[in-house]
Design a protein around this ligand. Structure first.
Ligand code: SF4
Length: 515
C-alpha cells in the first residue's frame, strides 16, 4: 500500500500568520515608543532568564543534554519521510486518523470539516503555535465556530482582541490592570468590582473556563512531540487546561508540524529535561499529557491528527537553515535577545517572534516574501540566542545566510544596482589601494568641518543615514592612522636603535576601555 505523505514535489510556501504586514524597522520604531510594553518586557524576560540560568546551572551534564537534543533532531531531519511513515502506521493502528495538510488552507479546511461532522459550533483549545500559524481561530470564527482558548495568557489575548507577543507568555505585553479591564468587559458574570489581584483574576478565568470544559464536545490541540515508534502524541503545559481539553471532550483534533516527530520513546527523556528548564525555568513540567490512540472506555473516542507542512519541506531543503526546524518553541532565545527585549513580539509580524521568528518565518515562506525579507536583519548578531538554545540552533549563522539570500534575491529582480551595491563597490575600490585611500584621506578636514563645534556628525544622506538616525559619528581625527604611523616611524628612526628597543619593551595595554 502506498502512503501519501503529503509532501509535494513542488515545495509549498508557508501561508497564514507567517507574514509581517510591514517591514521590521518600521514596526520596531513604533513599538519602541510604547514605554509600558518595554517595562513589562524587561521585567518578564529578565525574571524568566534568571530562573532559567539557576536551574540550568544545577545540571552538570547540561551541555551533554543540549548535544543529545541537537543530534536527535538532526537525525529526525535526515530521516523525516521514513519516521513519518512509521508514526502514521503506529498512530492509525491504535485508532487514530491522520490527515495530511500541505498548507494552512488545507489544514483549516480539514479541521473545519471534522468539527462540522460533530454538529458543534463551540470548541475548546489548548495553546498551540501550529494553529496560530495557520490562523485557525480566525478561520473558524468566519464560519460561525467559536474556538475558546483555555490557556490563561491566550485567553487574555483572545478576549482583548489582541495578538500574542511571546511564544511562552503570549500576554507578556499586558499588565494586571489591563487584564482586569479586559475581564470586566469580556467575561460574562465577571464582577464589576473585580480588582487586579492575581488570585481574583485567576479565579474569574477559572470559573469561566470550567463551564466551557464541562460542556465541550470537541477540543483542538497542538503537540510538542509525536513518537514514531509508538504513535504517541504529547502536550506539555502549566495550568492543567491542556489535561481538561485532552481528556473530557468526545472528539480531539490535534494539529502538529511534521518536524515535531521524535524517533523513540526514550528520546522524550532528553526533551523533558531540556524544555521546562529552557522555557519556564522549572525543573519539570507541571502537566505533561501523553496519549496513544483511543482506549475505547475513557477519554476522546474520535482522535484526529492533522500533519502540517506549510513550508516545512521548503525549510528542510535549505541546507543551512534546516536546523531551524529543530526548534522546540521554548522561547529561551527571545528572553535573552536585546532586540526582542526592546521591540516586543508584534514588531516581527509573524506568529513566531524573536530570534527564532527572524529565521523561521523567512525559511517557511521563502526570503522573497517581501514582508519577511527584513527579519534576518532584526539582530545585533551578539550570539546570546545560540548560547541559550537547548537544541543548539546556530541562529546567528542562519541569519547571516538569510541576509546573503536576501541580497541575491534582490539582485535577481533589480536590474539597476542598489545604493548598498554602489557603497560596497566604492569601499572595495578605495580600500584595495593604498594610493587611493591616501587620496580619500585628504577629505578628513572636510569631515571635521561637517562635524561643527560639537565635533559630532548627526546627519548623513541616503543609505548612510541609517547609521546617523540612531547615533552620532565622532569628528574624524586631525590626521589619519597612516599619517600618524609614518610620523611615529620617522621619529623612532631619528632617535636611534636604543629608543626603538625601549618602545618594544614598553608595558602591554591594560585592557581598560575609554582611556
Ligand atoms: S530557537 Fe532554540 S531557544 Fe529559540 S525557541 Fe527554538 S528551541 Fe528555544
Amino acid at each position: 500500500m502506498s502512503i501519501n505523505l503529503g509532501i509535494p514535489a513542488v515545495r509549498t510556501r508557508g501561508e497564514g500568520n507567517l507574514f509581517a504586514h510591514e517591514k521590521f524597522p518600521t514596526a520596531a520604531k513604533r513599538e519602541l515608543k510604547n514605554q509600558q510594553l518595554r517595562a513589562n518586557l524587561r521585567h518578564a524576560t529578565h525574571t524568566i532568564r534568571d530562573k532559567r540560568i539557576n536551574v540550568v546551572s544545577e545540571l552538570p551534564d547540561w551541555e551533554d543534554l543540549r548535544e543529545s537534543g541537537s543530534r536527535i533532531k538532526e537525525n529526525v531531519m535526515a530521516r523525516l519521510p521514513e519516521l513519518l511513515e512509521q508514526f502514521e502506521a503506529a498512530f492509525t493502528a491504535r485508532g487514530g486518523v491522520i490527515h495530511w495538510a500541505n498548507d494552512a488552507t488545507e489544514a483549516n479546511a480539514i479541521v473545519t470539516s471534522l468539527i462540522r461532522a460533530t454538529g458543534e459550533t463551540e470548541v475548546v483549545k489548548v495553546k498551540s503555535m501550529a494553529t496560530q500559524e495557520i490562523g485557525l481561530n480566525e478561520h473558524l470564527e468566519s464560519l460561525g465556530i467559536n474556538a475558546i482558548e483555555t490557556d490563561l495568557a491566550e485567553l487574555i489575548v483572545q478576549l482583548g482582541h489582541d495578538r500574542p507577543s511571546h511564544i511562552l507568555v503570549p500576554a507578556i505585553h499586558k499588565n494586571r490592570t489591563q487584564i482586569r479591564d479586559i475581564f470586566r468587559a469580556e467575561i460574562p458574570n465577571a464582577s464589576p468590582d473585580l480588582t487586579d489581584n492575581p488570585k481574583e483574576l485567576a479565579a474569574t478565568a477559572r470559573a469561566y473556563l470550567r463551564e466551557k470544559f464541562l460542556n465541550a464536545k470537541v477540543a483542538i490541540s497542538g503537540a510538542n512531540f509525536g513518537i514514531a515508534e509508538t504513535g504517541t502524541l504529547g502536550v506539555v503545559e502549566s495550568e492543567g487546561n491542556g489535561r481538561m481539553c485532552l481528556t473530557l471532550p468526545e472528539t480531539l483534533i490535534t494539529v502538529m508540524g511534521i518536524e515535531k516527530i521524535l524517533p523513540r520513546w526514550e528520546d522524550l527523556g532528553v526533551f523533558m529535561q531540556l524544555l521546562p528548564r529552557s522555557s519556564t525555568g522549572e525543573r519539570m513540567n507541571p502537566y505533561s499529557s501523553l496519549w496513544t490512540g483511543k482506549n475505547g472506555q475513557d477519554g476522546p473516542q474520535n482522535i484526529h491528527l492533522v500533519m502540517l507542512d506549510n513550508g516545512r519541506t521548503r525549510a528542510l531543503a535549505d541546507k543551512n537553515g534546516r536546523s531551524a526546524l529543530h526548534c522546540i518553541r521554548c522561547s529561551a532565545c527571545m528572553n535573552v535577545c536585546p532586540v526582542y527585549e526592546r521591540t516586543g513580539g508584534h514588531a516581527y509580524g509573524s506568529t513566531y517572534p524573536g530570534p527564532i521568528g527572524a529565521i523561521l518565518s523567512p525559511l517557511l515562506t521563502g526570503i522573497t516574501a517581501e514582508e519577511n525579507s527584513s527579519l534576518p536583519y532584526a539582530s545585533s548578531l551578539c550570539g546570546a540566542c545560540f548560547d541559550a538554545c537547548p537544541v543548539k540552533i546556530n541562529i546567528p549563522e542562519i541569519l547571516i545566510d538569510l541576509r546573503a539570500q536576501d541580497v541575491e534575491a534582490q539582485h535577481s529582480v533589480r536590474k539597476a544596482p542598489t545604493e548598498m551595491d554602489v557603497l560596497m563597490k566604492g569601499a572595495s575600490w578605495a580600500l584595495s589601494s593604498g594610493t587611493r585611500l591616501k587620496f580619500l584621506e585628504k577629505g578628513l578636514p572636510a569631515g571635521r568641518l561637517l562635524a561643527g563645534k560639537d565635533q559630532r556628525i548627526s546627519w548623513l544622506p541616503g543609505i548612510a543615514g541609517g547609521w546617523t538616525s540612531s547615533r552620532d559619528i565622532p569628528a574624524p581625527p586631525q590626521s589619519s592612522f597612516r599619517d600618524q604611523w609614518a610620523q611615529r616611524e620617522k621619529f623612532q628612526k631619528s632617535q636611534g636603535p636604543q629608543l626603538f628597543q625601549q618602545s618594544q619593551a614598553s608595558p602591554k595595554p591594560t585592557g581598560k576601555q575609554g582611556e
